[in-house]
Write a new protein. Structure first.
Length: 288
């Protein structure tokens, strides 16, 4: 399922949990791990801005070289050493490299030139990183945002009237089977976006709550035939997802792209995935 896993680690933030989680998955799926340590270009740019106006170009370049050297030592002396401890003992094949650039751009370029099945990344709410990668439409690879919360060995799969609900059930079932984790499925009728999104995907005309409930019941019946019990609930998809995950103490949430255009107050919805990751204390697998 996840045979080739990409782990991007920013010089701005490192969480050992991402290596631990990747080692666990690699053992289960016989995966290869690819670690990229990204020396953030904004750190180097800030060097120019903070530099004394009387400093020469040579001095500024020297400072940048020193920063890069320090970052490379950190990568080799801490992160890559941790990786060896996690992967070599488990006989997990892995490669590592260091690149200078901007986090999301580096990842997009990497997946353009190489075939990966999963992006596994740590998400830090207090970090200054711009996680715009989460809401990039052209990123088709699942993104697993890792949290420190251990949780129960359970998966919460989230579906709604705002998504085609094809990939999420399939991946959830497969992961549940492979990992041996219990699967819970939630279908949220989000009346703030009173439409049904189909597979192409295309959006229907505005529908009543009764019509949306009927679609939810049809989906629940389909899942029941596959051995999955679905809880149908009406409300805000973000709120209900987070509430249910907290109640279940789930280890992982799986959610697809939700085509929600406006929120409760009628304002346009932007960066929904990033907002979910910021609000949620559980790990989330975003399926595009």
């Amino acid at each position: 399922m996840f045979k080739n896993i990409l782990i991007p680690i920013s010089s701005e933030f490192y969480n050992k949990e991402v290596l631990e989680r990747s080692a666990f998955l690699a053992e289960k799926f016989k995966s290869k791990i690819n670690i990229i340590y990204i020396i953030e270009e904004k750190t180097l740019i800030q060097t120019d801005k903070l530099s004394d106006a009387y400093r020469t170009d040579y001095d500024i370049k020297k400072t940048k070289r020193e920063i890069i050297r320090e970052q490379m030592l950190a990568a080799n002396g801490i992160i890559f050493e941790d990786a060896k401890l996690f992967f070599k003992n488990r006989q997990v094949p892995f490669e590592e490299k260091i690149i200078e650039g901007q986090y999301s751009n580096i990842i997009k370029n990497e997946i353009k030139n190489n075939k990966y099945d999963l992006i596994l990344m740590a998400f830090e709410k207090a970090c200054l990183l711009n996680y715009r990668l989460l809401d990039e439409i052209d990123i088709q690879i699942p993104i697993w945002a890792v949290s420190d919360i251990k949780g129960e060995s359970a998966i919460l799969a989230v579906c709604s009237n705002l998504a085609p609900n094809k990939k999420v059930p399939n991946i959830s079932l497969e992961l549940s089977k492979q990992l041996g984790w219990k699967l819970h499925m939630l279908y949220v009728i989000d009346v703030e976006g009173s439409v049904k999104v189909y597979e192409k995907p295309e959006r229907s005309m505005k529908k009543s709550e009764t019509e949306l409930m009927k679609h939810g019941e049809i989906f629940a019946n389909q899942m029941e035939k596959r051995g999955i019990q679905v809880k149908i609930i009406k409300g805000n998809i973000e709120k209900e997802m987070l509430k249910t995950a907290d109640e279940l103490k789930t280890k992982l949430i799986i959610i697809g792209r939700q085509q929600k255009k406006k929120g409760l107050l009628g304002f346009p919805m932007k960066n929904m995935k990033k907002r979910l990751a910021e609000k949620c204390k559980h790990s989330i697998l975003f399926v595009n």
